[in-house]
Design a protein around this ligand. Structure first.
Ligand code: SF4
Length: 316
């Protein structure tokens, strides 16, 4: 039995769990290659126009894998934290894929609720039953997968740079270097280190999130808002670089909340879609780096007069 796992959406964050689970059950794995031009083009061709770039890219990974596996895993990740959801597109991802791509093998699409052990067990028993009837083996595979995931660390925390910025956005926009055109490398080359939300404890974000008039319903909104606000309040960084998908409803809410909270603290919003050109991204990053440098923020970001720059956003 060969299980296909598309290297899209939350693969970068949760691949230890899923790959370990299926291999413990005795399945062989077929994982699509890192995103490239051919994968993006395949995704654009088969996905609806209105979808955001990461969802189109996911469709491309499925297209690339469909002939290489007996069983295709399409993660329907519903919930990672109690009382929150990920995004409506995650909830309906299997339906989008099944109705857009022809010639798919059998699929695993069971809803994934990771906010409780009971939810994980339910998912594991349903998904695992597609490979083996041995319930004890499935439970053992789940334990091994959880342990594997807990050992996994991700995120950026660049040290030794004169300027540091918070690199914010959804994980697939930050860790898929094809989607973001390797924004971290571009910033590093200009002498700017980046830090991502994994380097910050949830407890540090919590007071910022609690100050909102309503608890965010979406996990991405809570974490990104908490990370940016706490980074600015704690004077941890000299700027924010926000990588955002064009047509992402959640990002449009987060950006408004963040702007309201950080005022004129420097923030560069890079809106990306399949038409985004690299030259435009380079120009905007260089201009932002120049602005940070000239502001003297490096020297005086501890001074009470430190916050005096503006937020800039325009399509790339
Ligand atoms: S959160 Fe935004 S970018 Fe991510 S899948 Fe949903 S709409 Fe797309």
């Amino acid at each position: 039995m060969k299980v296909g796992i598309p290297r899209g959406l939350l693969y970068d964050q949760y691949h230890p769990f899923f790959t370990r689970f299926f291999t413990e059950l005795g399945a062989e794995l077929a994982v699509s290659p890192p995103t490239n031009r051919a994968i993006l083009d395949a995704g654009i061709q088969c996905c609806v126009d209105e979808a955001c770039l990461p969802v189109k890219v996911f469709h491309g990974h499925v297209s690339c894998l469909k002939a290489q596996c007996d069983l295709l895993f399409i993660p329907r990740i519903m919930r990672l934290y109690r009382g929150e959801y990920i995004c409506p597109k995650f909830c309906g991802l299997p339906e989008m894929v099944l109705n857009s791509i022809y010639g798919l093998p059998e699929t695993i699409t069971e809803p994934f609720y990771a906010d409780s052990m009971a939810g994980l067990r339910k998912w594991a028993l349903r998904a695992g039953a597609r490979i083996t009837r041995d319930r004890r083996r499935i439970k053992a595979a789940l334990e091994a997968a959880i342990a594997e995931q807990l050992r996994f660390k991700t995120g950026y925390d660049d040290q030794g740079y004169p300027i540091r910025v918070a690199l914010a956005g959804h994980p697939y926009n930050l860790y898929d270097t094809f989607i973001n055109m390797n924004v971290r490398k571009k910033l590093n080359r200009l002498g700017i280190g980046v830090v991502t939300e994994e380097s910050m404890d949830e407890e540090e974000m919590a007071p910022e999130v609690a100050s909102l008039f309503k608890k965010p319903f979406w996990t991405f909104a809570r974490k990104t808002y908490g990370f940016i606000s706490a980074s600015v309040a704690g004077k941890r960084v000299q700027g924010i670089v926000y990588v955002s998908s064009f047509a992402c409803g959640i990002d449009s809410v987060i950006l408004e909340l963040v702007r309201d909270r950080i005022g004129d603290f420097p923030m560069l919003v890079l809106k990306i879609d399949e038409h985004t050109g690299e030259a435009g991204v380079d120009t905007r990053i260089e201009a932002f780096a120049d602005m940070l440098e000239r502001s003297g923020r490096v020297e005086d970001h501890h001074s009470p007069h430190g916050q005096r720059l503006s937020c800039c956003e325009s399509p790339v």
